[in-house]
Ligand binder design. Sequence first.
Ligand code: GLU
Length: 299
Amino acid sequence: MLITNKHYRQNLKNKKRIVIKVGSSSLVHPETGETDLLKLEQLVRVLCDLRNQGKDVVLVSSGAIGVGRKALGLNERPKELAQKQACASVGQGMLMMIYQKLFNEYSHVASQILMTKHTIVREKSLHNARNTFNELLKMGVIPIVNENDTVSTDEIEIGDNDTLSAVVAAITSADLLILLSDIDGLYTDDPSQNKDALFIECVTDIDDSLYEIAKGAGSDYGTGGMKTKIDAARIANDAGCDMIIANGKDFHVIDDIMKGQEKGTLFLAHKSEKFNILDYIEPEKIINGGEEEIHDYRC
Ligand code: GLU
C-alpha cells in the first residue's frame, strides 16, 4: 500500500497528547524585543481550543531570559552565566504571570514545570516528573515547561528548548510534538541563497544526509538552530512520537496542522523498543583538579 504524506497528515487529527514548543523569536516583536502580547493571546486561545476538543496539551515556552532582560533594561542578550540566570529569574515569573492571566480568561488552568538535566538523569526525579505531568494532564491542566535557567550551569544545562520539548514528549508519552520557530520547516538547502531549494514535507529516516541538509538550511535564529531540531526529532520519533517543525509567525498554524493540512515538515515516529532517554543526553563534563572527567549517565 502506498501511504502518502497526505495520509499521515490526516492521522494527525487523531492525536491525543500534544506538546507544543514556542521559541523566544515567536513571542517578541522583532523590532523592539518586547513581548508580543497579541501573539501570546493568540497562542493561548489556540491551546485552550485544543483542550476544549479534549486533547492533552503541554506548552514548552522559551522567553524567560528575553523577558527578564527587557524588564531589567539590558539592551543586549547577556553573555555571562550569572546575568543570564538573573534575567531568567525575573523573566520566568513575568512570563508565567502573563500566561496565567490569559489562560484564566478562557477558564483554563495552567501550571509551571521547570526542569534541569538532573530531572532527566536521576531515576527518581524522572519518575516524579512523569507522575506530576500525568496527574496534571489527568486534571485537565496545561503544564508550561521551561528549563530552570536560574540554577542550570554549563555542565548540567539541557541548553535548548528543542531538546527539552522532545524529552517532555518522551516522558509524557505524547503522540505529537510541534516545534514552532521562525522557519517554515526543512529545505534541501538555504532557500534565501538557493532558489532551487526544495521544501521537505515528510521525513521517514533521520540519517547523516539529513544533518548535512540541516547545516545548509540556515535561517533559524533560536538557541538551537536546525541541528538541535533534528536531534529533537530523533528523540521524539524513537520514543514513538511524530514531530513537526513549522513557522510560529501565526499560531493558527497549530490548528491547521491538527486539521490535517500540509504545513511544516513532518518527522514520522518509529518507536524503538529499546528506547532509553539517557542514550540521548550529553554526558556531564566535570573538571576535577584540572582534569576533565566525563560522567556518562548510563553507567
Ligand atoms: N530557557 C531559555 C529561556 O527561557 C530559552 C532556551 C531556548 O529557547 O532554547 O530564555
